[in-house]
Write a protein that binds this ligand. Structure first.
Ligand code: AP5
Length: 220
């Protein structure tokens, strides 16, 4: 397959960001991770970051109109013309409804909505051990990924940190938000014939192979 245009769905910690990075490398598509964009804005104390911080701190969703505007601007950029991977957007029916005219405007259509599934006990284990590079956003895990133990990013040397919203009480709040606001998107994309459900249990390579198979591509 050539140009890739996909959205990633699935609960927090299912492995969306990890798999999205593989697709970025394989297809050269533009990776738009809304959570990472928001966290960067918060770190830089930009106007978007000042608006978003209160929602991120509670594990709540940033309002739809803010997110739709942000993604519309990003998708209009030239690099997204050669394919895109949306990780973390859409997260509500209103956002999905906002995405359709956005794509129409720029003359693009979605290929697939990839939904990675994992049970809560797997999610909690993954999120509580996650470490993220402050500089390049690379993902590590203190149990599953020995590279994380050095405390520095293997790719760029940046410092690894634990996300505030990966504390246990926040994980529970995020799972509730996922169930009530984001899970209905499965039905939304199923009705459009775009949903591809992927079992997220297993190691990173096993899940990667399932994602590639779902897209009709070979993992190399
Ligand atoms: P966001 O950053 O999108 O967080 P999320 O959806 O909760 O997803 P995560 O990043 O927590 O998990 P993931 O599925 O990507 O898992 P990962 O690959 O890292 O959003 C954060 C916040 O921003 C939201 O709560 C909200 O406030 C706001 N926001 C963002 N988008 C928004 C929107 N559209 N609208 C409104 N608000 C929005 O993996 C997790 C860990 O497990 C890692 O350590 C990884 O190394 C490890 N791992 C991954 N796969 C495997 C595997 N197969 N085996 C073992 N370990 C694995």
């Amino acid at each position: 397959m050539g140009v890739l245009r996909v959205v990633f769905l699935g609960p927090p910690g299912a492995g969306k960001g990890t798999q999205a990075k593989f697709l970025e490398q394989k297809f050269g598509a533009c990776l738009v991770g809304t959570g990472e964009i928001l966290r960067k804005a918060v770190r830089e104390r930009s106007p978007l970051g000042r608006k978003a911080v209160q929602y991120l701190d509670r594990g709540d969703l940033v309002p739809d109109h803010v997110m739709v505007k942000l993604v519309a601007e990003r998708l209009r950029a030239r690099d997204c013309q050669s394919g895109f991977i949306l990780d973390g957007f859409p997260r509500t029916i209103a956002q999905a409804d906002g995405l359709e005219p956005m794509l129409k405007d720029i003359g693009l259509a979605l290929d697939s909505a990839l939904c990675i599934q994992a049970p809560n006990e797997v999610i909690i284990q993954r999120l509580s051990g996650r470490r993220t590079c402050k500089v390049c956003g690379s993902l590590y895990h203190v149990v599953f990924d020995p590279l994380a133990r050095a405390g520095k990013c293997d790719r760029c040397g940046g410092e690894l940190y634990q996300r505030e919203d990966d504390r246990e009480e926040m994980i529970a709040a995020r799972l509730r938000v996922y169930e009530s606001q984001t899970a209905p998107l499965k039905e939304y994309y199923c009705r459009r014939g775009l949903l591809k459900e992927i079992d997220g249990v297993g190691n990173v390579e096993e899940v990667r192979n399932r994602v590639f198979r779902a897209l009709g591509a070979v993992a190399t």
